[in-house]
Design a protein around this ligand. Structure first.
Ligand code: HSE
Length: 311
């Protein structure tokens, strides 16, 4: 058994426009880090959280990382003591899978400390328990899946935790722009319709199929044509200042498509090539700036590694 372990878990973009709760991918940065150590004090202790502006609870059973780690420790029958230090790199309520990221980091770090008794895929249910705490009990693996496993991940079934890694074209880049706002996932879910007209359902599943086929066939035009969300985006757009202007700016700068990252307020645009992604990211930031909103920009390929031990 190791005496301490340091883990990095990446941010992720959920939904990918047309795949509400069923499609997501990991990006290179930002991300959360977690250090876990064996401790003489029995049970799990969260010693310190850095970078959360005091917003997250230290009680393990109220913290997404703590819940994931506790569930795993109980499953493994571990009787000793573990101390956890969390370094939040992803702002809370950003739409970049912040809560999922901490939950994944908690499960991965404990698993590494105990000499990897479970595979990454087997950690999914434990990380999801942590994530459920932040989403009002709703189980959706479209952040946890890609953050843990890396790559573009289709959640074939959230109930069965059936995940499928989808290959993506090599030259696929993403521009992510995070405005200085906070949206709680629970609020962004509460404004959605509970029943969907058949015509909208048909539009959405056609697009999701098209998006997945576009990734697998490296067909950039098909990816672009499939970039339509009639389920969440029309309702959530009102939560983001000048959403449609930012989206138009991304499209005019050459994006294949642009939508809300997860529950927002971050927005993302998929692009062919890094030069286009840089231009698109700047255009999106400028549009937010014209709306009086500052923002952060991240340009990335799809992160194929997911959460990993860095020390
Ligand atoms: N699929 C989720 C949503 C991701 O859009 O509500 C956010 O956690």
């Amino acid at each position: 058994m190791k005496s301490d372990v340091h883990v990095f878990a990446p941010a992720s973009v959920a939904n990918v426009a047309c795949g509400f709760d069923t499609l997501g991918f990991a990006i290179l940065r930002p991300g959360d880090e977690m250090i876990v150590r064996l401790s003489k004090k029995p049970g799990l202790t969260i010693k310190k959280i850095h970078g959360d502006q005091g917003k997250l609870p230290l009680e393990p059973e109220k913290n997404t990382a703590g819940v994931a780690a506790l569930a795993l420790l109980e499953h493994l029958g571990f009787q000793g003591g573990i101390e956890m230090e969390i370094i939040k790199g992803i702002p809370i309520g950003s739409g970049l899978g912040s809560s999922a990221c901490s939950a994944v980091a908690g499960a991965v770090a404990v698993n590494e400390l105990l000499d990897r008794p479970l595979t990454k895929k087997e950690l999914l249910p434990f990380a999801l328990k942590g994530e459920a705490l932040a989403s009002g009990g709703a189980i959706h693996a479209d952040n946890v899946g890609p953050c843990l496993l890396g790559g573009m991940v289709l959640i074939r079934s959230n109930q069965d935790m059936d995940t499928v890694k989808i290959p993506v074209p090599e030259d696929l880049y993403v521009a992510v722009v995070l405005p200085e706002l906070e949206i709680l996932t629970v609020d962004a879910r509460n404004i959605l319709r509970k029943e969907i007209p058949l015509t909208d359902a048909i539009t959405q599943w056609g697009n999701l199929g098209g998006m997945v086929a576009g990734f697998m066939k490296s067909d950039y035009e098909l990816i672009g044509r499939s970039f339509e969300d009639v389920i969440a985006e029309p309702y959530r757009a009102s939560l983001i200042p000048d959403f449609y202007k930012v989206k138009t700016a991304a499209m005019e700068a050459g994006a294949l498509g642009c939508s809300i990252s997860g529950a927002g307020p971050a927005m993302f645009a998929l692009c062919k090539g890094d030069e286009v992604a840089f231009k698109v990211g700047i255009a999106m930031q400028q549009a937010f700036f014209r709306a009086g909103v500052g923002s952060e920009r991240y340009i990335s390929t799809i992160n194929t590694l997911g959460a990993e031990r860095i020390r």
